[in-house]
Write a protein that binds this ligand. Structure first.
Ligand SMILES: Cc1cc2nc3c(=O)[nH]c(=O)nc-3n(C[C@H](O)[C@H](O)[C@H](O)COP(=O)(O)O)c2cc1C
Length: 192
């Protein structure tokens, strides 16, 4: 699949952010739940390609429940000192093969943590989490930690991508790419 212009611009800015920013992969994921209520949290960008922008999480988490009920999301990056990128689009789940492949690259402690955490549900005490981590460690003792079936990834398929660049006297530059009917992208400038 050829890389589209806004994806290529993103990849170029991302490569530069990786050279200078502490958390270039951190992005705010905004979701809206079944009742129309918004929520935001950071997640880490794991892959970007012509298909979109993917991240991984617990499939039972609050964000995953919102995305299942309403498969649309926004991603927001801030790369100091001067760049913001906003991405909006529909959501798809990554394939089991993709999730397996990424899970296999994670540190063992993170793999065990993925099994042990019932993300976003109430935890009675820190001891409860420690106990679940111990149980999981024993269960996989000496063996490869397989991906929990509830641990998965989501991809935001961009419908719009906006690049904001800080400029003097609030004359910030805003360039927005929006999916055109029949493919391709329309490019426009926005008032700051
Ligand atoms: C910089 C940063 C990166 C994070 N990356 C992830 C991530 O990739 N996946 C994830 O599930 N949670 C990640 N978290 C934790 C989430 O922000 C959040 O606390 C958790 O996923 C539960 O969110 P939810 O209850 O809305 O589902 C990250 C937090 C920070 C501060």
């Amino acid at each position: 699949m050829p890389i589209d212009e806004p994806i290529a611009i993103f990849q170029d800015l991302y490569a530069r952010a990786r050279e200078r920013c502490a958390e270039p992969d951190a992005m705010v994921l905004s979701t809206v739940d079944a009742d129309g209520r918004p929520s935001g949290r950071y997640v880490l960008l794991k892959e970007v390609d012509a298909r979109g922008f993917s991240f991984y999480t617990n499939g039972g988490s609050r964000k995953a429940r919102a995305l299942t009920a309403n498969p649309h999301a926004a991603l927001t990056f801030y790369w100091p000192p001067d760049k913001q990128v906003r991405i909006e689009g529909a959501i798809e789940q990554v394939t089991d093969a993709e999730a397996d492949a990424y899970f296999a690259t994670r540190p063992r402690d993170s793999q065990i943590g993925a099994w042990a955490s019932a993300q976003s549900t109430e935890l009675s005490s820190r001891a409860q989490l420690d106990q679940r981590i111990d149980e999981t460690s024993r269960r996989f003792d000496g063996a490869t930690v397989t991906r929990p079936p509830f641990w998965t990834g989501f991809r935001v398929i961009p419908q719009s991508i906006e690049f904001w660049t800080r400029d003097v006297a609030r004359l910030h530059e805003r360039v927005i790419f929006q999916r055109a009917d029949g493919g391709g992208w329309d490019r426009s400038l926005l008032f700051p």
